[in-house]
Each structure stands twice: as C-alpha cells, then as structure tokens.
Ligand binder design. Structure first.
Ligand SMILES: *[C@@H]1O[C@H](CO)[C@@H](O)[C@H](O)[C@H]1NC(C)=O
Ligand SMILES: *[C@@H]1O[C@H](CO)[C@@H](O)[C@H](O)[C@H]1NC(C)=O
Ligand SMILES: *[C@@H]1O[C@H](CO)[C@@H](O)[C@H](O)[C@H]1NC(C)=O
Length: 269
C-alpha cells in the first residue's frame, strides 16, 4: 500500500520534470496524452489494488481477532482442565493414603487372625489331649454297711459312670490322672434308730470333711456335701465310714459318690 503511493508520487514528478525540460510548458502532444492516460489507468489499478488490500487486511484483522478470542477461550479451557487435573491429583493422593491405611489395617487384622488360628489350634490340641475324667458310683444294694471296729474306706461298687477309670470300685479310691481342679460330692443315708451316720472325705491323708447326723428319733438320716479341690497328679480322694457307725444303701441308690475334672492345670499354677 505504502509502496504504491510512493510510486504514484514519483511518476507525477518525473512527468512534470520532462514538461519543464521541453520549454513549451504544458504543451501536450498525442504521446503525452497517451502517457497520461496510461498513467491514470495505472493509478486506478493501483487504487483498486489498495482497496482490495484494505479489504483483505480488514478480513485478516477480523480473522486474527476471532482467533485471539478463540485462543483466549481455549486458554480458559486449558486452565480449567489444568485445575481439574490438580484436583484429581489431590484426590488421587488422598485415595492412595486411604488405601495405604486400609492395607495397614488389613495386615493388622491378618496378623490377629493368624494368632487366633494358632490359639484355636492350641485349644483343639489341648481339647484332644484332655483327660476325660468323671465318675458317679453307688455304695451297694445289700442294705446296711458297718459298723466296723476301725475307720473303713467305703468301696462304692455300683458304677453309673467312670470316664477315665480314675475311680477304682475295688479299692474305693479315686486317683487324679492329671494336675487340675476337681469337683466331688457325696450323699449318704441311714435308717437305723439311735445310730450315728459319720463320714469323712479324704484328700490323701488330709480330712476334707467330717459330716455326720444322729438318728435320735424315729426317721431317717442323710448327709450330703460337695467340694472343689485342687489335686496334683497321683493325689487320691476317698470316703471313710467312721468306727462304730453305719450307712445304708439299696436298689434306690441313696448313698453315692461323684466327681469330675473341672479343668486341668499347667504345672506353673
Ligand atoms: C511530442 O513530445 C515528445 C516528447 O515530449 C517528443 O519526443 C515528440 O517529438 C513530440 N511530437 C511532436 C509531433 O511534437
Ligand atoms: C466302738 O464301740 C465299742 C463297743 O461299743 C466301744 O468299745 C468303742 O470304744 C467304740 N469306739 C469308738 C471309737 O467310739
Ligand atoms: C439304681 O441304679 C441302677 C444301676 O444303674 C439302676 O438299674 C436302678 O434302676 C437304680 N435304682 C433306682 C431306684 O433308680
């Protein structure tokens, strides 16, 4: 555009200089006229070109402005995408932390489960190895036992149950197969008038109880007692009928002796 303006000015100057040179100022012959016409045609062409350029330029400017706007919109979009990405990154980090904590918890639980499983196995083993000890015996079906001139161990001959065979119905003695806590109870009955029913429960040579009743009127006498005892392996427990006293048993199973292992004890306890 600027180049075209400069060309027009130069052409005008040149033409004028030639006219001045010729002496006869502004005497225009046919050649001059032709030149001038050519010149104006060129000038018009130039003007048209300029207008065309201007239109093109305007168009380009519009296009550029449009592109700039679009660029700005894209920048905004990019910005929001970046923000979103940052947010997602943060969320991701949070999730990772949560997952990490959960994994830790799971591993703690796994450890607990393993130790529980070990404990269960240990209990199962203990249960399998456990001594099954329980007995219930009755004295006799013959009626009166005693009186004897000395204290006499009662031999309960009627065996209702005898798990582990810790009670010996021949000797009347219970022998602890393991160290543990045991439960014992007995019941005794007598029918003789003016007589004493007098029984002892022994743990080894130690008297646990001396239980008695006197039939000093018409009627019957009966005794019962129960104990939880800590026994070492091999300890013995038995019932003794005192000298000069009697006890009665028959098919009604009135005089009985029972016991069982409540729980075994480890050697430290
Ligand atoms: C017309 O002018 C040109 C240059 O200015 C010159 O060369 C030419 O001889 C002229 N012709 C006539 C017929 O005067
Ligand atoms: C047992 O009875 C007899 C005869 O009645 C008597 O001599 C003895 O002293 C009594 N023994 C006891 C320990 O009571
Ligand atoms: C006493 O025990 C025996 C042996 O178990 C049983 O057969 C009998 O029926 C019992 N007697 C009574 C009265 O329950």
């Amino acid at each position: 555009m600027r180049g075209a303006t400069v060309t027009v000015v130069l052409l005008l100057c040149l033409h004028r200089a030639r006219c001045d040179d010729g002496g006869a100022a502004w005497n225009i012959n046919r050649t001059d006229l032709g030149l001038a016409m050519n010149f104006w045609a060129e000038l018009r062409e130039l003007r048209d070109m300029v207008i065309e350029h201007k239109v093109e330029l305007n168009h380009s400017t519009n296009k550029m402005e449009f592109l700039q706007r679009e660029n700005a919109v894209l920048k905004d979009k990019l910005c929001s995408v970046e923000n979103k990405m940052e947010e997602l990154k943060r969320e991701n980090a949070d999730l990772k932390a949560t997952i990490g904590a959960s994994e830790n918890k799971i591993s703690v639980l796994e450890t607990k489960i393993f130790s529980n499983e070990a404990a269960v196995k240990e209990l199962q083993r203990e249960n399998t190895d456990r001594e099954l000890v329980a007995f219930s015996v009755g004295l006799t079906d013959v009626g009166q036992t005693g009186p004897f001139t000395t204290d006499t161990t009662l031999k309960f001959t009627k065996v209702f149950s005898n798990f582990g065979h810790a009670y010996n119905p021949v000797t009347g003695i219970f022998t602890a197969p393991v160290k543990g806590v045991y439960y014992f109870r007995f019941n005794a009955w007598d029918a003789r008038l003016s007589n004493v029913l007098r029984l002892r429960l022994y743990h080894n040579s130690k008297i646990v109880t001396e239980s008695y009743d006197v039939n000093d009127a018409h009627g019957y006498v009966s005794l019962s007692n129960a104990f939880v005892l800590k026994l070492e392996k091999g300890d013995v427990v038995y019932m003794v009928l005192r000298t000069n006293t009697t006890v009665w048993d028959d098919a009604n199973n009135r005089t009985t002796f029972s016991g069982f292992l409540l729980f075994p004890l480890t050697s430290e306890r």
